[in-house]
Design a protein around this ligand. Structure first.
Ligand code: ATP
Ligand SMILES: Nc1nc2c(ncn2[C@@H]2O[C@H](COP(=O)(O)O)[C@@H](O)[C@H]2O)c(=O)[nH]1
Length: 181
């Protein structure tokens, strides 16, 4: 059987940036594509970055039990489609989820053998700088995400390992060591 790795942590901490580098180094890793009711950001493609769904399509998937986990985050819904994950794990693959904290907690319940990595910012000030610097969210969305971050950072110790994303390459190396050692 393969293994399930969960990358979690507050919005803007650099999960997506680290993931991209990780997949460049290890193309054999299968990255789960989430569903969301959020609108696409410029350049985001349906079926590649997310499955962009309407609220009713998302609700239908919940009702049909098609999510491994799902959560409401900063005004939108996000969920991990179950089928692809189960298929890839059955094929012995390393499967990676990049999800927020409530979803990661659900995975802990349903998939206790999953290895959960929490990414921390060097400071809250730096986290805010990164979310703002990304320049892709409205002021309202940024405020919601920063508020959420406070509670998320408080539970970092629940997860198997905590990695500070200060220097990008150091953080990447720490993730690779956690997954492959
Ligand atoms: N180590 C780092 N040092 C400086 N800037 C960084 C670092 N890692 C990521 N960033 C920058 O921080 C911003 C947010 O990164 P990213 O979008 O990867 O965060 P995220 O955790 O995936 O956010 P979300 O959960 O909202 O998708 C980006 O502009 C990225 O270039
Ligand atoms: N619980 C889940 N969280 C998810 C999933 N896919 C992404 N996310 C997390 O949502 C926030 C916001 O993402 P953004 O793309 O709008 O910036 C971020 O923390 C993601 O990790 C999912 O399937 N389930």
């Amino acid at each position: 059987m393969g293994k399930l790795i969960v990358l979690t942590g507050p919005s803007g901490v650099g999960k997506g940036t680290l993931l991209k580098l990780l997949l460049e180094n290890h193309p054999e890793i299968y990255l789960s594509i989430s569903a969301t009711t959020r609108s696409p950001r410029p350049g985001e493609i349906h079926g590649q970055h997310y499955y962009f769904l309407t609220k009713s399509q998302f609700a239908e998937m919940i009702a049909a039990g098609e999510f491994l986990e799902w959560a409401e985050f900063a005004g939108n819904h996000y969920g991990t489609p179950r089928k692809a994950i189960e298929e890839q794990i059955a094929q012995d693959k390393i499967v990676l989820l990049e999800i927020e904290v409530q979803g990661a907690r659900q995975v802990r319940q349903s998939f206790p053998e999953a290895w959960q990595i929490f990414i921390l910012p060097p400071s809250v000030e730096e986290l805010e700088k990164r979310i703002r610097g990304r320049g892709q969210d409205t002021e309202e969305a940024i405020e919601k995400r920063l508020q959420k971050a406070e509670n998320e950072l408080a539970v970092a110790s629940e997860f198997d390992i905590q990695i500070v994303n200060d220097d990008l390459n150091h953080a990447l190396y720490a993730i690779e060591s956690a997954i492959f050692s």
